[in-house]
Ligand binder design. Sequence first.
Ligand code: A3P
Length: 384
Amino acid sequence: MKKKLKYLYDEMMELRRTSWAKKSLLIASFVLILLWIIFNDTFCAFGGLSRRIVLNRIRLATHIHIERASALREVKVEEIPLDNFLHLQPNTTKVQVVSLLANNASLKDNTVDVSPKYKILRQQGLIPSRQLPSALIIGVKKGGTRALLEFLRLHPDIRAAGSEIHFFDHHYSKGFHWYRHRMPPTLEGQLTMEKTPSYFVTPEVPRRVQHMNPGTKLIVVVRDPVTRAVSDYTQVKSKRPELPKFEERAFVNGSNIVDTNWAPLRIGVYARYLERWLQYFPLSQLLFVSGERLIADPVIEITRVQDFLGLKRVISEKHFYFNATKGFPCLMKSEQKAIPHCLGKTKGRSHPYIDPMAIQRLKNFYRPFNQRFYQLTRMDFGWS
Ligand code: A3P
């Protein structure tokens, strides 16, 4: 700038000493030079501002990156609405930032998933966030729901809550925010799941699930209601050994009348509960898994489930082996490390001896309900 002014001064001195024709030529060039100086500096000023904005963007990105890398729970980024952006003070250098995560709530409450599965993604600055489930295993109790969930967890695109959350039956008043925070963190493209078998039989649940998301995919694992009842009874008996014999509890006062007030028997009338669900969801949104086939041929059932959920068929025969001691299929969790994994002792218990007459009476009782269930589901489970 100084040089430019000195040049101008010299030109003016020269002007005093020259003819009029030369003078007008020099004045014109003087005006041109002056204009050049003004414009050049103005552009420099604009250039300076834009450079400052770029620098601040870089600083901000680095700031976010550092915070993520150190696995902090909160990413402190000042978000400015676009309208306000136009009214900033000339000297403040704030930048419009669009959150990289789905919404602000997940920004604040996001817990970084530390499982090795996500190590590479974390290194790339990707942080999983918690979502409401888009698929639920709603029942039935003792149908094989835990086995199905454990099998599904092998899929890299599925993340499922480990325990039964009981949101739609016991904790509904706590709200969806509470529910979402019981879910595991997921990355974009991953599916969140939960299983609570009592959902299938609880009257308020279909309406509540529909309210959360009418597109929720629903999976029901069903099993011969008689075996299911015995399994249910075996579980209760393991906690309350004083419980009377199954046959004594199943029939009213030693008669032939089935005691449908008794929960282990009531739950087996699947058609009744399904009719309620079908008032809120189309059949196409429900998948019925055969509990028997889940034991005899888990690959067939798990393939059906993966297809239903719109996922790649990742879980296959190489993930299963039959454990003769347990008498159930168990999992090979990793292809690299051959670590077998069977379900715990409470899954696959041996059942007590039940009088075959009682079993036959119960089969007769359930037959019409099973037929109705086959009609509704358009599937024959072969229980009769
Ligand atoms: P039993 O223990 O009566 O045999 P849920 O998980 O819904 O409570 O169902 C438990 C039932 O899952 C078990 O009932 C068992 O029959 C069945 N099951 C299905 N596949 C299994 C597996 N791979 N390992 C253990 N149990 C399995």
